[in-house]
Ligand binder design. Structure first.
Ligand code: PHE
Length: 432
């Protein structure tokens, strides 16, 4: 679950959306969402997965029948699976950038890089759509390979070693940025909320990102919950995931923003932010080329363990529904998702000026998946676990007695989380 939660969402997405939404107030709201809405829903989703012990669509169908007398709850599984594929389509493009940047760093491309050359480099790189498509293909092939082979154990061991390593490298970057960038300005920017910066839409983005970063609402943690042994505490596991995930996102922010302010860059630079700032550090640090290579490889790894989770539910569904092999399912879905991902590749070059709704095609796909579908699925999950499922089932599955902890979860998942999602959604469309 940690492997799935920690990924590009923490290191690539969190800094740039924080920059686009004005900093402190956004961060505070994001933290509030993570603990008051994300955590209880994460607990609920794992709980449903362990109770159903099947793929997410069948789990929701069966639990829906058992607890609520309706099989239509399966729509949560279907919508989530669809959202997961939409996310994977752009996720694997950006993970491809990370892979390419590892190679660039190894080849010494960032030696003595400054803010201007880093931006020029990123622009030149993303302008070459054929190259992006190639890296996108490499990353998707890596993901398909693991899902097709059904590898789990090696990965779990790798997560245990490589995630702490990623944290250590982030810490080194934070120390570098604090020393050579503008750390004071960063602290003010990230932790002194100015609520006048916070629009209804920014609130929706904070909420949606809380689901994105914790991998909630896509059936992914439901699928993992199905494998969780009886004796393992759902609440403790979820809390560990949430704390690790949040800490890594904040560290990424503390590494990126001092470089932004120290080099007079624009915090609202957009999806290229991390790729335009961290190379500055790699250009100056001793053994920076090696450091940069390892960092981008670790970032790719973190993205990889997340991408596997995004692909898995759809593949499990194809295998069960059409009685085909895992290899067939993984290759087919992986290929179709890769093909759809060309929309994101082209959004950064050929179709860069083709804007509607939220911006480029990439922005619209991200918006639909992360800020509409995920909150909708998360709402259904929390309503199901809190209101439809009977008290005995949830308290038996959580096994935390019926004391304060259980009451706290129930209050959060029945009232706080649904109300927060509805209020934020209504505000974003201007109804309140
Ligand atoms: N949580 C992952 C991240 O932050 C993205 C993800 C979402 C992965 C959903 C799996 C499922 O990068």
């Amino acid at each position: 679950m940690t492997g799935s939660a920690v990924g590009l969402g923490n290191i690539w997405k969190f800094p740039y959306i924080t920059g686009e939404n004005g900093g402190g107030a956004f961060v505070l709201l994001y933290l509030g969402c993570v603990f008051a809405v994300g955590l209880p829903i994460l607990v609920s989703e794992v709980l449903l997965g362990r109770r159903g012990r099947r793929n997410p669509i069948s789990t929701m169908e069966i639990l829906g029948q058992e607890e609520g007398g309706s099989r239509h709850w399966r729509v949560v599984g279907t919508l989530g699976m669809f959202a997961g594929l939409l996310i994977l389509s752009f996720y694997s493009v950006v993970a491809g950038w990370a892979l390419a940047y590892a190679l660039k760093s190894a080849l010494g491309a960032f030696a003595a890089t400054d803010a201007r050359t880093a931006a020029v480099e990123f622009f030149a790189f993303t302008s070459d759509w054929k190259l992006l498509l190639g890296w996108h293909a490499v990353f998707m092939a890596m993901t398909v390979f693991v899902v097709a082979a059904g590898v789990q154990h090696g990965l779990e061991r790798a997560v245990r070693v490589l995630m702490p390593l990623l944290v250590i490298m982030l810490l080194v970057l934070v120390v570098y940025s604090a020393r050579y960038g503008d750390f004071e300005e960063t602290l003010t920017y990230l932790f002194e909320p100015d609520f006048s910066e916070l629009s209804g839409e920014s609130m929706l983005i904070a909420l949606g990102h809380c689901f994105f970063t914790l991998s909630i609402g896509m059936g992914v943690v439901m699928a993992y919950g199905a494998y969780l042994p009886e004796g393992t505490s759902i609440v403790t596991s979820s809390l560990v995931v949430v704390l690790a995930d949040t800490a890594i996102a904040l560290l990424a922010g503390l590494a990126v923003f001092p470089l932004v302010f120290g080099n007079q860059l624009n915090p609202a630079e957009g999806p290229g932010l991390v790729f335009e700032t961290l190379p500055i550090a790699f250009g100056q640090l001793p053994a920076g080329a090696l450091f940069g290579t390892v960092f981008f490889l670790l970032l790719t790894f973190a993205g990889w363990t997340s991408a596997i989770g995004l692909l898995e539910p759809a593949v499990a569904w194809v295998v069960e529904k059409f009685q085909r092999s895992r290899v067939f399912g993984a290759v087919l879905i992986g290929f179709l998702t890769w093909l759809f991902g060309t929309t994101t590749v082209l959004s950064f070059n050929v179709l860069g000026d083709f804007k509607f709704g939220r911006g480029t095609l990439f922005h619209n796909i991200d918006f639909l998946a992360s800020y509409i579908l995920l909150p909708a699925c998360a709402l259904l999950i929390t309503v199901f676990a809190g209101w439809i499922m009977c008290r005995n089932s949830s308290s038996e599955e959580l096994a935390i007695g019926s004391g304060l902890l259980y009451k706290g979860w129930r209050l959060l998942s029945r009232v706080v989380a649904p109300v927060a999602i509805l209020v934020i959604a209504f505000r974003a469309v201007g109804l309140i």
